[in-house]
Write a protein that binds this ligand. Structure first.
Ligand code: F6P
Length: 323
């Protein structure tokens, strides 16, 4: 059993739809267990500055359907320094926070791990639209981001058909292609370019565009993950090589906002509740994850050392479906 009385919670890194549902679940399940909860605003920046507020059950009323994070977030360089860490630990001690739940991505978990080395019990909950956390099959916000991207691709596709164009649509994902793969497949894209797979084979891409045109397909949708290559220059190459008019749409931050899907609200709620349960059982320094449909938790260093590769079944299927 645990001797934790007060749980702190913060969101860190890029915001993700569903983070609020996780906060709500943490607050309400912790209170049900007789614990109190303190929210830290602005992620690790706010932790260093002492931006701490009490959270009770009423404070989180209705937030599960809101996009963004009610606790706000930040990316902090100062927190990575010794001075920043010292300030953060001081805030935790002054506010009598016994354990900290961090909702964020890998960078945020590294910060949490550094706090745990200074004696602060931590739990990480994966919150990022990118789905790039190795230990888990699900991250909060991915489902909403994919749905947002899919709807946007569908709309661009309508216009692309009307004009007989090729459309290059860039989606987020940092260094990974999960959003591109899922949104591209779901919307029936003709080509999906992923950082994990792209070897710069322009001939294959251009020939595919020409083949599809010869088959009578009026438009051609290329979904590209950010960071693979500059999407305007790819559109220019397509026009030069194929003669087909090409346009670029960079979807950008719309993928991070908006009301979370039911899946994100539900899984985020499960993960928030699971994090509290882990702490109540007296465990600490763990990352919550979902594997094969079950919620589990890993020791933080073990989780950070795991490697993730693109799902090859999904990738191979995407190739078959777009031919
Ligand atoms: O991690 C989420 C994400 O939106 C990535 O897809 C993107 O590369 C990055 O954050 C953008 O970060 P920032 O909001 O700091 O510009």
């Amino acid at each position: 059993m645990s001797d934790i009385k007060t749980i702190g919670v913060l969101t860190s890194g890029g915001d993700a739809p569903g983070m609020n549902a996780a906060i709500r679940a943490i607050v309400r399940t912790a209170i049900a267990e007789g614990k109190s909860v303190k929210g830290i605003k602005w992620g690790y920046e706010g932790l260093m500055k002492g931006e701490v507020t009490d959270l009770d059950a009423d404070d989180v009323f209705g937030i599960n359907r809101k996009g963004g994070t009610v606790l706000y977030t930040s990316r902090s360089d100062e927190f990575k320094t010794e001075k920043g860490m010292t300030k953060a630990v001081k805030t935790i001690q002054e506010n009598k926070i016994d354990a900290l739940v961090v909702i964020g991505g890998d960078g945020s978990f590294r910060g949490a791990r550094d706090l745990s080395k200074r004696g602060v019990p931590v739990i990480g909950i994966p919150g990022t639209i990118d789905m790039d956390i190795s230990c888990t099959d699900y991250t909060i916000g991915f489902d909403t981001a994919v749905n947002t991207a899919m709807e946007a691709i569908d709309k661009v596709s309508d216009s692309s058909t009307s004009h007989g164009r090729c459309s290059v649509i860039e989606v987020m994902g940092r260094k990974t292609g999960y959003i591109a793969l899922w949104a591209g497949m779901a919307s029936g894209a003709d080509d999906i370019i992923l950082p994990e797979k792209w070897e710069g084979n322009y001939d294959t891409l251009m020939n595919h565009i020409l083949e599809r045109r010869a088959q009578g397909k009026n438009n051609h949708i290329v979904v590209i993950a950010e960071g693979v290559e500059d999407s305007p220059s790819l559109a220019k190459k397509i026009k030069e090589y194929t003669g087909i008019e090409s346009r670029v749409s960079v979807l950008g931050y719309i993928q991070r906002g908006g009301s979370p899907t039911a899946t994100d609200r539900m899984y985020a709620s499960f993960m928030g509740a699971y994090a509290v349960e882990v702490l109540c059982k007296g465990r600490k320094n763990r990352i919550v994850a979902m594997n094969n449909g079950k919620f589990v938790d890993y020791e933080i260093d073990e989780a950070l050392n795991m490697k993730k590769s693109l799902n090859s079944f999904q990738y191979e299927l995407s190739l078959k479906l777009s031919r």
